[in-house]
Design a binder for this molecule. Structure first.
Ligand code: PRP
Length: 205
């Protein structure tokens, strides 16, 4: 059995569609019930539905063989795992954004609202910043004066446009990755590699 951590939500739905295309079908997974694990007995695959920001932890701890995560969650969580494949979906950018009227003079301590404190700190390096860690609706923070800028994901740009914000800097490009547990990958390497080959994408490891 290969155990796979799928992120709940749109990315997980898209990745499951990729599995379906290669003939993997876990009964009931599309029924949108409260159930959190699903099996394709014939192909010996079990899926777990996990909060996207927790997938990397499940994989690092060896609770599953592989998982699908956004590169953003992978970097932010700082886990020690194998990064096997870039699925070339869920493409977006990690950006510094601010209100249309804001210009960073670089003089004062910059207030940065973000879901990604590690990535933000790393980006600003030696610069003195005040990190405001939030869990969602990040774009609101600079609009109501709680922060100067945000460090957040921009996909279509609609959220920025509808809230009068702009991109100042693209920090990095992001996409969905397949990661594997260092303690479990070698036991199932051939089976996992075969599965990933069928799935497509760009091999990293
Ligand atoms: C993410 C991200 C941005 C938005 C970007 O939020 O934090 O707010 O998507 O997408 P866009 O460029 O296509 O508008 P999410 O939808 O995860 O909601 P959240 O506010 O709860 O974090």
């Amino acid at each position: 059995m290969i155990e796979i951590a799928l992120p709940k939500g749109r990315l997980g739905d898209n990745v499951y569609a990729m599995f379906k295309k290669i003939g993997i079908n876990a009964t009931d997974i599309e029924a949108k019930t409260r159930k959190l694990f699903f099996e394709d007995e014939k192909n010996e695959i079990r899926f777990y539905l996990i909060k996207p920001s927790d997938v990397a932890i499940y994989v690092e701890r060896g609770a599953v063989d592989i998982g699908i995560v956004g590169k953003d969650s992978l970097i932010e969580s700082g886990v020690d795992v194998y990064e096997l494949l870039d699925l070339n979906i869920g493409k977006c950018n990690m950006c510094v954004c601010s209100p249309n009227s804001f210009e960073d003079t670089g003089n004062s301590t910059l207030k940065v609202a973000t879901k990604y404190p590690y990535i933000a700190k790393d980006y600003y390096g030696e610069r003195e910043i005040d990190i405001i860690k939030l869990n969602g609706s990040i774009e609101l923070a600079p609009l109501i004066g709680m922060s100067d800028v945000i460090v957040d994901i921009v996909e279509t740009g609609s959220t920025l446009r509808e809230n009068n914000l702009k991109v100042d800097t693209i920090i990095m490009e992001l996409s969905a990755r397949v990661i594997a547990s260092k303690s479990r990958y070698n036991f199932q390497k051939d089976k996992i590699d075969k599965l990933l080959l069928e799935l497509g994408g760009n091999k990293i490891l």
